[in-house]
Design a protein around this ligand. Sequence first.
Ligand SMILES: [Zn+2]
Ligand SMILES: [Zn+2]
Length: 730
Amino acid sequence: MYDRTYQAGELVGVLTTEPLGRVLDYRAPEGGCGDGDFVEVPLGPRRVLGVVWGRGRGDWDIAKVRAVGRVLEAPPMRAELRAFLGKAADYTLTPLPQMLRLATRAPGLMEGAALRRVYRLGGAVPNQLTDARHRVVEALRAFAGAPMTLGELAEEAGCGTSVIKGLVKLGVVVEEEAPRDLPFPPLDPKGGPELQGDQVAAADALVAAVAAGEYATTLLKGVTGSGKTEVYLEAVAECLRAGRQALVLLPEIALTAEFLKRVEARFGARPAEWHSGVTMTERRRVWKMVATGGASVVVGARSALFLPYQRLGLIVVDEEHDTSYKQEEGVLYNARDMAVLRASIVGCPVVLASATPSLETWANVEAGKYGRLDLSARFGAAEMPEVRAIDMRAEKLPADRWVSGTLAAEVAARVAKGEQAMLFLNRRGYAPVTLCRACGHQVGCDQCDARMVEHRFQKRLVCHQCGATKPVPVACPACGVEGRMAAVGPGVERLAEEVAARFPDARVAVLSSDLFGSARALKAQIEAIAGGEADIIIGTQIVAKGHNFPLLTLVGVIDADLGLQGSDLRAAERTFQLMRQVAGRAGRMEGRKGVALLQTHQPEHPVIRAILGGDEEAFWKAEAAERRAAGVPPYGRMAGIILSSPDVAQVFDFAGELARRDAPLRAVGAQVYGPAPAPIARVRGRHRVRLLVKAEKGVALQAALADWVGQMKLPANLRLAVDIDPQSFL
Ligand SMILES: [Zn+2]
Ligand SMILES: [Zn+2]
């Protein structure tokens, strides 16, 4: 794809975000237009946003081709981003207009530059000014002539707005319109912390990769506290020195505040921030500044990959193993893999940072496709904690208690010393099952085939699939017997109840994503805990994600076996990663070795033994050997097809017919399994059926899938989603 300009009246192709299935022909407007120009085009009675996408095809009735309305003021979309959207669409089998929507998610793109009224010093020479007027002039001088709004200037000068208006009449101060979206303050790459040990060589290698300005992917591996962030921020610094832009992806919004502080401490100013919690005004500013070079560093969630960088020089994917990089709704893509794709098109390095890399990344390193840098020593902190098992078969706990005597004694010892202990249970709510003791009925969601989870803080049963809630029934919905409904099994809320009863004098804090109305409230709670305002922390997997609690010396895992249940091919990998991340929270306190205790019913299980043994490479090799033997990712390819419909017979019939017409798949040696009910067979009243396609690595799977699915026309109420490289099997 190369950049061309088109004369007025020439045929151009325009891609819009409307679900049309093709690029439409238009005539170039008065003054012409070029590839990548953002344009407004008529579509039926409406005017919609589009991007010029090459020469028109000319296969449309020429008399009906309309003209482009106007070219918008935004800088054109670069060829690199257009190529990325095209390849990402091909890879994920997503219609291109949906991909374009990801890249134009900023409000006000069709409006002109938003203006605001500002004030600056004019040419008239003031004489005999009153005190108030004098302060206005001084305020403007102090800010080196930078324009200020009326409110800002009045506050700075400590006067009323009429004083300023009076000066405007005299020509001492000038009132004018200026763009609202201001550039971000420049970040200063000078300085930086003194790096130590293997940080130095790692930083040098990444800086060299940025300076080379070529595509390369590097795994930066190091345990929590080994100084990964300091190391990759040096690569960001090199990017700034070279006048290029850097993108740092984080898996979770709650992590951004702490991270932004670190960036500000290193570079003297805050970078641009991009995620769902950012205001619309700020999103527009970030989008425009990224496009015009007024933002040099962006810190964001996965959708920040689709911003219109002008000179992208580095992408960092922090916590690259995190499953939240996979978007599971709408466009199904893995931001880690798309980051590698975009970098390969732009020609810039990617850093994948993790303490517990995904097996995909580990395998790419083994295969020589990715480089690897290791940070072994813990930087300015204690060693990796000691990990031990508590054999629950020997603990003889009553059925409604979950903290073993052994674990409780260790918690008590920490609390007595003024240290913190954390209890980890990856289950939200009070109890996962509400059961009738009279007939055995379990309360399920009316819309989904899922059990409802009691949330005692909300006093409701909640469906974790669709979010539906209902009160806890007094009488059993099945047999009608009253007063026999019972909560079965633990969630974090119930664990908190047990802990509060057992340690009545300890301050207990619960961290679970659903207990906080906003990311800000969650952040405040995390900061309070880090500051020592809790003795015992109870949390779901939110605690595994890199938050730093300096006083924490003990981690207790309530049910280490939880993730090993189920048939997900990544169950072992996920459990291994999660247990190591959670364990890694302990022992960051200087001079004190942390301990992690795993409550398990199967201490001899290979995954539990691998976690206890701490031999990571041995675990990866064993896991890789098993996947290779089974021909599953990363040594084979998979795609999930989820079909859903309100009509159960229709969806099974359709899926069965699709599975029979598998000639396009067989042509590339791929096999289709199913149809089978999806593990959660009904969500929001829609019945879900799953087909799984397996192929060898290196097969052109997407083309075969497109041919295969394209054979059958979808009935109106049936939905089909293709999930390339599925991460979850729900
Ligand atoms: Zn009952
Ligand atoms: Zn539901």
